[in-house]
Design a binder for this molecule. Structure first.
Ligand SMILES: NC(=O)c1ccc[n+]([C@@H]2O[C@H](COP(=O)([O-])OP(=O)(O)OC[C@H]3O[C@@H](n4cnc5c(N)ncnc54)[C@H](OP(=O)(O)O)[C@@H]3O)[C@@H](O)[C@H]2O)c1
Length: 456
C-alpha cells in the first residue's frame, strides 16, 4: 500500500487513468542502434512522450544513442552530443536506466544485452536472431537477475503477439499457433498467385520495394520465419526452443504450376510458421513441441488465406478461447518502433513500481521430429504416359499406408503430370513413399511435396 507522496504507477494507470503531474518519474533510456527501427522509435517517442507521462507517470527520455558511424545523416531530432560509437559505454553509463537494443545480429548485441542484465538494467530488443539462438542463456540470466527482458518487436513487428501470448493467453491451453510471419515471402507468393508473376520477378520487385534484402536467403529459405517460430514456441510452451530445433523449408522451389493447381483445388500457398505442443505428462517433464516453417497449402476459407502482400498474421488455436487471429504490419520502422515503445513503457512502469514482467525459469523443450508430423500432403510428379503407370504409383502409396484423397492427371505430350492430395498421413510414411516412387522407372521427375493445412 502506498501512503501519500509519490506512489509508483500501477498497471491500471498505464491503461489510461491520468496520474497527477507530481508523480511523474524520469526514466533515462540508452538506445543501441538508430537505423530503421531506432530512428522511427526516436520520432514516435517524441510524439507520444507527454501522453505516456500523463497516463503512466513515467517520462521517457533518450539520453544516449550508440551507432556504428557518427557521420551518417539521420532524420532524428536529438542533439548531436547524445550520439556515440561506444555502445558498451551507453550500457554501463550509471545515468541510463533502461537499454533498447536495435542493432541486430548476434555480436555485439548478445554481449551488450548480457551486460545490461548483469547491471540490473531492463532490456528491450527486437532481435529475433539473437533470441532464437541465445534465448536460453538470455532468459536464464534475466530470470536470475530479476530483470525485464522484453522482445515484442522480435516477432510480428507491430503486431502485439508476444504480450498477447505471455499475458492474455498465459492460462490458455494453446494447441497450435500458425502464422504468416515473414512479409517478404508473403508479398512474393501474393504476386505469384494474384498476378501470375514468376518467383524471380516477384523477388526482384520485393527487393526494389525494400521488402527483401539484397541477399534474400534468410527470408526465402525460411530462416527468418524459423527464428520467429522458435520464439513463439518458447513463449507459448514456457520451454526454450532454439532456431536449430525448427524444421525449415523455403519458398524458392514453389512454381507457378503449384500455385495454379492450389488455386484450382481451393487452396492458397502461404509460407507458414507452425508451433504445436502436446501437454506435459507431469510437472517435471517439459511439453513436447513441434516447430516448423515451410510453405503450406491453406484452404481459401481459412483466415490466413486472406492475408495478402507484406502483411503478417498469427492464428492461435486454444482449447478454451477457440480460434483467434492477430493481423498487421509485421515489419517496417514505425510498426516495429510501436512494439518497442510498448515494451519500454512496460519496463519503465515495472522499474518505477519495483516489479518485473519476466517470463520465469524455462526448461529446454522436447522437440518432436518432423517424421512424426501428421498432415495431408500435396504431391506433384511427372511420369511416363503409358498403361499401368497409375497402378504402379498407387501401389507405392498403398505399401506405406498413405491413403489418396484425390488425384488428377494432366497430359504433357509424351509424359503426364500426376497430382495427389493425400488423407492425413505420417510424414515418415509419405517420405518412404516418395523414396520408393523415385526408384520407379516410370517416374521421371518429382516436382513438389507441400503440406496441406486442415480447414478450421
Ligand atoms: N526493420 C524492421 O522492419 C524490423 C522488424 C522487426 C525487427 N527488427 C529488428 O530490429 C533490429 C534493428 O533492425 P533495423 O532494420 O533497424 O536495422 P538497421 O537499419 O540496420 O539499423 C542498425 C543500427 O545499429 C547500428 N549498429 C550496427 N552495429 C553497431 C555496433 N556495433 N554498435 C553500435 N551501433 C551499431 C547501426 O549504426 P549506423 O546507423 O551508424 O550504421 C544502425 O543505426 C534487428 O534486430 C531487426 O531484426 C527490424
Amino acid at each position: 500500500m502506498c501512503h501519500g507522496g509519490a506512489c509508483p504507477p500501477t498497471p491500471a494507470m498505464a491503461r489510461g487513468h491520468p496520474v497527477r503531474s507530481e508523480t511523474v518519474k524520469q526514466i533515462r533510456v540508452g538506445l543501441l542502434g538508430c537505423g530503421n527501427v531506432g530512428a522511427a522509435f526516436v520520432g514516435l517517442l517524441e510524439r507520444q512522450r507527454a501522453t505516456i507521462a500523463a497516463r503512466t507517470g513515467v517520462e521517457l527520455n533518450i539520453s544516449r544513442v550508440a551507432v556504428r558511424s557518427l557521420s551518417r545523416d539521420r532524420d532524428v531530432v536529438l542533439p548531436p552530443d547524445v550520439f556515440t560509437t561506444d555502445s558498451r559505454g551507453v550500457v554501463e553509463d550509471p545515468d541510463i536506466d533502461i537499454v533498447i537494443e536495435v542493432i541486430g545480429g548476434i555480436e555485439p548485441a548478445r554481449e551488450l544485452v548480457l551486460r545490461s542484465i548483469e547491471l540490473g538494467k531492463p532490456v528491450i530488443t527486437g532481435n529475433k536472431e539473437l533470441l532464437a539462438n541465445h534465448g536460453a542463456e538470455l532468459f536464464a540470466r534475466a530470470d536470475e537477475s530479476g530483470v525485464d527482458l522484453l522482445f515484442e518487436a522480435a516477432v510480428g513487428g507491430g503486431i502485439p503477439l508476444v504480450r498477447s501470448l505471455r499475458e492474455s493467453l498465459l492460462g490458455e491451453p494453446v494447441t497450435r499457433v500458425m502464422g504468416i510471419v515473414n512479409g517478404t515471402t508473403n508479398f512474393i507468393l501474393t504476386r505469384m498467385a494474384e498476378d501470375g508473376v514468376s518467383y524471380a520477378d516477384a523477388l526482384v520487385e520485393a527487393q526494389s520495394l525494400g521488402y527483401a534484402e539484397r541477399d534474400p536467403t534468410a527470408d526465402v529459405e525460411g530462416y527468418d520465419a524459423g527464428a520467429k517460430a522458435a520464439i513463439i514456441a518458447t513463449i507459448v510452451f514456457g520451454s526454450v526452443v532454439v532456431a536449430g530445433d525448427v524444421y525449415r523449408e523455403g519458398i524458392s522451389g514453389i512454381t507457378a504450376h503449384d500455385i495454379d493447381t492450389a488455386k484450382r483445388l481451393g487452396y492458397v500457398i502461404k509460407a507458414v510458421a507452425v508451433v504445436e505442443g502436446t501437454p506435459a505428462p507431469d510437472d517435471h517433464t517439459p511439453p513436447e513441441v513441434a516447430v516448423r516453417a515451410h510453405p503450406a497449402m491453406v484452404p481459401v476459407g481459412h483466415p490466413l488465406a486472406s492475408v495478402r502482400d507484406s502483411f503478417n498474421a498469427v492464428f492461435i488455436e486454444g482449447d478454451a478461447v477457440g480460434n483467434l487471429m492477430l493481423y498487421g504490419r509485421g515489419a517496417g520502422g514505425l510498426p516495429t518502433a510501436s512494439a518497442v515503445l510498448g515494451d519500454l513503457i512496460d519496463a519503465a512502469v515495472n522499474l518505477s513500481s519495483g516489479g518485473t514482467g519476466r517470463i520465469g525459469r524455462l526448461s529446454r523443450a522436447r522437440i518432436r521430429s518432423i517424421d512424426d508430423l501428421e498432415s495431408a500432403y500435396y504431391l506433384s510428379m511427372e511420369v511416363s504416359d503409358q498403361p499401368g503407370v497409375l497402378a504402379q504409383v498407387a501401389t507405392e502409396f498403398g505399401r506405406f499406408g498413405v491413403s489418396i484423397k484425390s488425384m488428377e492427371q494432366q497430359e504433357l505430350g509424351a509424359a503426364a503430370r500426376l497430382i495427389f492430395i493425400t488423407h492425413v498421413s505420417k510424414e515418415s510414411d509419405v517420405r518412404s513413399t516418395l523414396r520408393a516412387l523415385r526408384e520407379l522407372d516410370v517416374v521421371k521427375d518429382f516436382h513438389a511435396l507441400i503440406r496441406v493445412i486442415d480447414e478450421n
